[in-house]
Design a protein around this ligand. Structure first.
Ligand code: ARG
Length: 268
């Protein structure tokens, strides 16, 4: 309600200012009555931390590609909006919405109650949960087993959050990395004994690094997470377009096709 009021007040002021201008320009009445030319639609800037294969990564040509990218491209097409993707470090990615540097974020972002306080999310478009990566010879069989170990996470992710709950937020055994691949490299190097991150990314990394000597450990205690596309808090107009586009690509089979192209046929 507050926002509404502020907006109304703002448009009133603009209206008054324009009325003032009109009076000063009364020498050219014809121009004043002509409708303004329609502004060309702005290309919306989509921020993504493109170090999260298969959701978002940069290919050899430097283009941002992945499941998330294909989803947003398809949504944008349905919604009649133009988008471009800009690689944006995870650290500070949420601030870019507030600053207006990015209009949308797609980055395998889990919808959480805390995040909902500072940004708005689309309907969920993907389900995930945490997964533990350890060395093949590790004795870890469940989440609780990593309590006494050095654990790598990507700073500020939901993996960071769950590990913080188990080990204590300020535990010096939590090693926080700028990106998930960096955390996994540290596991390979032996600097940490476990990494906790989103299942899709951990599974993909292991499948593509057969020489890494890793295995994964799942734990039924990890809750289900839902990925959402984020917009600046209060941008209801854009959010409605995104949600409509998402519903459209789910209804017409586009989403299933995109899913299958990245994760195989077992789409749900
Ligand atoms: N789903 C997790 C979260 O929202 C991790 C997302 C990290 N995404 C990325 N592109 N680095 O906290």
């Amino acid at each position: 309600i507050h926002r509404r009021l502020t907006l109304t007040a703002a448009s009133l002021l603009v209206g008054l200012a324009l009325a003032g201008c009109g009076k000063q320009e009364s020498a050219a009445p014809a121009a004043a009555s002509a409708p303004p030319p329609a502004a060309a639609p702005r290309v919306l800037v989509v921020g993504t931390d493109a170090a999260y294969t298969p959701f978002e990564s940069q290919n050899e040509k430097g283009e941002v590609v992945g499941f998330d990218i294909d989803v947003v491209k398809a949504v944008a097409q349905k919604a009649g909006i133009e988008v471009k993707f800009v690689n944006t470090p995870w650290e500070g990615i949420f601030n870019t919405l507030e600053l207006g540097d990015r209009d949308l974020l797609v980055s395998a972002i889990t919808i959480t109650p805390e995040r909902r306080q500072t940004m708005d999310f689309s309907q969920p478009y993907f389900e995930a949960r945490q997964l533990i990566a350890v060395k093949s010879d590790s004795a870890v069989t469940k989440f609780d087993d990593i309590k006494k170990l050095k654990v790598g996470v990507q700073n500020g992710t939901t993996g960071d959050e769950v590990v913080g709950k188990l080990l204590g937020k300020s535990s010096t055994d939590i090693k926080r990395f700028e990106s998930t691949p960096l955390a996994l490299k540290e596991l390979e190097a032996g600097g940490v004994q476990a990494v906790v991150a989103d299942n899709g990314v951990v599974a993909h990394y292991l499948a593509n690094n057969p020489g890494g000597g890793f295995k994964t450990v799942s734990d039924a205690g990890f809750s289900t997470e839902q990925y959402g596309i984020a917009v600046k808090k209060g941008n209801a107009e854009l959010l409605a377009k995104i949600d409509k586009g998402l519903a459209d690509i789910k209804a017409d089979g586009t989403y299933a096709k995109i899913y299958a192209s990245h994760f195989g046929a077992e789409s749900k």
